[in-house]
Design a protein around this ligand. Sequence first.
Ligand code: GAR
Length: 216
Amino acid sequence: MSAMNQQTPSLRCAVLISGGGRTLKNLLDYKSAGRLTDVCFPLVVSSSPTAAGLQYAALCNADAKVVDRKEFDSDDAFSDAIYALIEQSQCNFIVMAGFMRKLIIRPEWENKVVNIHPSLIPSFCGTGFYGKKVHQAAIDYGVKVSGCTVHFVTNEVDNGPIILQKTVPVYSDDNADSLAARVLEVEFQALPEALELIAAGRVTVDGRKTNIINLD
Ligand code: GAR
């Protein structure tokens, strides 16, 4: 079993985005409200030059960088460019916040990269399941409960150890937009909560399982 960050719990996070940046904005709002005291966000990297979320980087004086996936011919080359920025900014943790591209997880980054996904993994996840498609698939399947999952990222899509999940009901008159909005509300709680647990050294990883330990 490996304990995370128990010696040096402070998280210096690179936040990876691809689009609207609501997930990033929510993290910054938490910080402004005096939460996430042991977590900082010095770097925001967008995989797209037109990502609206880039505007939020200024709110936390983060360095905002674009690593445009279209300019790279492989996931490896794309990942190299992102890791170079992360090393420059001396980040020790990576948060995927609506990041829709593949980052190769190098061995030294194992259990130091988290993602939030808008379903209860292992349902409605993996390649092709992102954004509204996830919620439409959940509605089409007829599930009565959906939610979100915060997990460590591995080199298999949406397959890493689960840190926490939160659920919401699915109603018969839901559409992808209404369900997405309900799930986003719990996403806004789940990701900061997971980061606080990790920063406090309370998340341990054992194979594909995590444990939340009590330090009292
Ligand atoms: C969030 O709902 C997030 O869970 C989802 O994209 C949205 C990002 O919104 N992520 C995925 O679907 C990852 N597979 P944002 O860009 O406005 O933060």
